[in-house]
Write a protein that binds this ligand. Structure first.
Ligand code: GAL
Length: 786
């Protein structure tokens, strides 16, 4: 298991950074918060209407210069009234600007909506009888002595709203306010009155357009404002701020059995550092999420009084625990937060994904209760919204945030993916998610380049060609001795010795000399080399040799005496028939990192940009058969185990309907699976594919060997690992039959390593370099064409 971890970590280190998507959610850091068009969300003192499956957010538009109103005995900072904005969202994450729901007026100083006035704290509710959307708001003049409430109405949630006028309900001052619609359809206006000393609750008329003629005084002489109200378990909860202008203060919550009944103060709902200033914010709204009784979001404004348009927002989870309201600032590292409903799931991001692309997400999740098991998941969908595949993480039952995530490959026909959180517990409680990060298309280099090498030359079989092109050699010095390296054959004539990226040519006699098949670095030469001491010699020590080889082109006439790839096309009659008659052919490579192309030069986006072994093979096969309809699908998932391959074969292979499946597992399996287990998984893959695609044929690759020095002799598992690797080769060879052939890269790579050395041929302990990858490509080609 430890070994497996080591491999996984190694693969992780090799991921190229992809696009990183952060969820953009108001947060404790009070960072700028943008809508889907990238504009700063301008919705202060906001309220949210949940209508259908859309959330509509309404808020004050603050723009222009902030000025201090002269002649006031308090910090009366203000900006011109900008009207009321409307934003919509289905997921509370991505917000779309719907426009100005209630526009201000310029130069009409008698109008309530004139830019010289105050238009604050809009709240919208829907009237089922009149089918109208009703907006209530605080209307004032710049000295805040007008103290009125205004009403507007619209047929559509997003507006535009028709302004109906303002008044003081029952002749009472009304400043900071909110609206509450109860379950019985009755609606109430709750407002700071009596010079902000006392709040009033006043029921509205049935059409919600005017106040009734009675009201209840609550929180008497307590100087509360910024009311945010919600109902939970039959009780009403009211969160308010103290009256200190734009400066934050401690929140208070009060509880009542009836809106017009007795309100009991319960103290500050905020706990932890910053609680005495409501985490530097002031309440504006409490939003119940997903209809879950235990899931609320506390919305607040973090005012910037001297630059009001730059005021920020704070959304925090609000929980009710045994009747007590708790708002915690525990998202300090976060960039997002979600509340989630028991026994259901919540999508937290949805994004376009390419088929067979490799992606990874991580998200922090935690549970409100340790009896709740939480998972994060990713689901892939096609263009018709059909779910193709889903992966979920191991369960998490932690009351503090822990990271969860999945690294995987998108199945064929993927159009988009959804990432979310879910629990299967029946217990009530919440699951929280935060800090979602997604990396897309991890495997795809951002720049794709035309190879700097001649691919026709590169595909001439090493075993029967008199010219060897760009054979890689790692010039290597052992125990302080002269640095040197071996060529596979004894050269008659050296055509060139170049740097790996082909940019630089080295000079015979000056940079190197040749003795039989050994190339020796001259003293003071610029030829790159490595000393044995420069490698970490620990067990499973990782290294990366990219670009450190030299490449040698030479002629020779000695013969290859190692294993020879032989033509096995007669065992794949269906594929052969299609190739010969030039019917379209589809080949899928199903495996792991080596299959995907790790770490040949195109994969790591370096010169000479040699394509992957699969690409080289398919290109050459096309040339040999004069066939231009051979399609290749690369479904290699770096890090994949053969067990993953067996579990998912029907999802990744079957929809492709391939003529040939190249199965290439092993490099992540020898740590744990015996040859028999390995065989079982390979058989499962074949069985699953044949069930739906009886005409599909298979080519099984026996894995190249890892660097023999990777696993030290002192490692007590060494013989287990090596015998597994050799055993896989044996079982794959035994599986050969009509429709199934084997390429033995194990014996071939061992035989090359024994003539040169492994580090001449591999980029790191587990992956071939451009040279060994060409042995793969040339051998595959030779097996299928004469
Ligand atoms: C706050 C109030 C805000 C705004 C401000 C003006 O206390 O909640 O909505 O009116 O005073 O100073």
């Amino acid at each position: 298991m430890l070994r497996l971890m080591a491999v996984i970590i190694c693969f992780c280190l090799l991921y190229k950074p992809g696009i990183c998507q952060d969820i953009n959610q108001p947060n404790i850091l009070g960072e700028p918060w943008n809508d889907v068009d990238g504009n700063f969300i301008n919705a202060h003192g906001a309220g949210i209407l949940h209508f259908g499956d859309v959330y509509y957010m309404f808020g004050e538009i603050k723009k222009g210069i902030t000025r201090l109103v002269p002649g006031q005995n308090w910090e009366d900072y203000r900006v011109p009234a900008g009207g009321i904005s409307c934003y919509s969202s289905r997921d509370l994450i991505k917000w779309k600007f719907e426009g100005v729901a209630l526009a201000p007026k310029a130069g009409d100083t008698l109008s309530d909506l004139d830019t010289s006035r105050i238009i604050e704290r809009p709240k919208v509710i829907y009237n089922e009888h009149t089918k109208k959307f009703i907006m209530w708001m605080h209307i004032d003049k710049e000295d805040y002595n007008y103290a009125r409430t205004g009403v507007a109405v619209s047929d559509k949630p997003e507006g535009p709203y028709k302004y109906l006028g303002s008044f003081q309900p029952n002749g009472q001052q009304s400043r900071d306010m909110t609206i509450f619609k109860d379950e019985d359809g009755k609606a109430y206006l709750i407002y700071a009155s009596e010079n902000n000393n006392t709040m009033h609750v006043c029921q509205l008329s049935e059409d919600y357009l005017s106040p009734s003629n009675s009201f209840t005084r609550i929180l008497i002489n307590q100087r509360r404002e910024a009311p945010a109200i919600f109902k939970h378990g039959g009780k009403y909860y009211l969160i308010t701020s103290l009256c200190s202008g734009w400066s934050p203060n401690a929140a208070l919550y009060s509880v009542a059995d009836s809106l017009t009944g007795k309100w009991e103060n319960r103290g500050n709902p905020c706990v932890g550092a910053g609680a005495d200033t409501t985490f530097e914010s002031q309440s504006s709204f409490v939003l119940p999420v997903n209809g879950d009784a235990d899931s609320y979001i506390f919305l607040a404004d973090r005012w910037n009084k001297t630059d009001l348009p730059d005021s920020r927002y704070l959304w925090l989870p609000l929980r009710i625990s045994e009747g007590n309201v708790v708002i915690k600032n525990d998202l300090h590292f976060g960039n997002g937060y979600y509340h989630w409903k028991t026994n259901s799931d919540l999508v937290i991001d949805s994004l376009e994904v390419l088929p067979f692309s490799i992606l990874q997400y991580s998200v922090n999740i935690k549970n409100s209760d340790t009896r709740i098991k939480g998972y994060s998941y990713i689901k892939f969908y096609d263009i018709s919204d059909r779910e193709l595949m889903s992966y979920r993480t191991d369960p998490i039952t932690s009351p503090t945030f822990v990271q969860s995530g999945i690294y995987t490959e998108a199945p064929p026909f993927t159009k988009y993916a959804k990432i979310g959180i879910v629990t299967d517990s029946l217990n009530a409680g919440s699951l929280y998610a935060d800090s979602l990060k997604v990396q897309l298309n991890i495997d795809r280099p951002t720049i794709t380049q035309v190879p700097h090498c001649n691919l026709d030359e590169y595909m001439r079989p090493f075993w029967n060609s008199d010219t060897i092109y760009n054979e890689t050699v790692l010039i290597y010095s052992e125990s302080g001795k002269t640095a040197m390296g071996k060529l596979l054959f004894k050269p008659d004539h050296i055509i060139s010795v170049k740097s790996y990226d082909l940019s630089r040519e080295y000079k015979k006699g000056i940079d190197y000399t040749i003795q039989t098949n050994t190339i020796i670095k001259s003293t003071n030469s610029v030829v790159p080399y490595r000393t044995d001491a420069s490698f970490d010699h620990g067990d499973l020590a990782w290294y990366n040799l990219q670009s450190q080889w030299i490449v040698v082109t030479y002629t020779h006439h000695d013969k290859w005496t190692g294993p020879l790839p032989v033509f096995k096309g007669d065992k794949l009659p269906l594929l052969m028939a299609k190739l010969k008659s030039k019917l379209p052919v589809r080949i899928i490579g199903y495996g792991m990192s080596i299959t995907r192309g790790q770490d040949v030069s195109s994969y790591v986006n370096r010169s000479p940009f040699m394509p992957t072994y699969l690409d080289l093979f398919v290109r050459q096969l096309g040339k040999n058969y004069h066939h231009d309809k051979i399609e290749l699908v690369n479904a290699g998932l770096p890090g994949a185990l053969v067990s993953w391959g067996a579990s998912n074969a029907e999802k990744y292979i079957n929809p492709v309907h391939p003529d040939l499946v190249i199965i290439d597992f092993g490099m992540n399996d020898f740590w744990r699976y015996t040859p028999d287990e390995f065989k079982g998984y390979i058989q499962t893959i074949i069985k699953k594919v044949k069930k739906e695609n009886p005409k599909t044929e298979f080519l099984l690759i026996s894995n190249m060997d890892f660097d023999p020095s990777y696993i030290l002799d002192t490692d007590k598992y060494k013989s287990f690992y090596t015998s597994n690797m050799k055993g896989y080769n044996k079982v794959l060879q035994q599986m050969e039959t009509t429709g199934v052939i084997n390429l033995d890269m194990t014996t071939l790579s061992d035989s090359i390593y024994s003539r040169k050395k492994a580090k001449d041929c591999i980029s790191n302990p587990l992956h071939p370099n451009d040279y060994l990858a060409r042995w793969y490509a040339q051998s595959l080609t030779a097996m299928l064409s004469r």
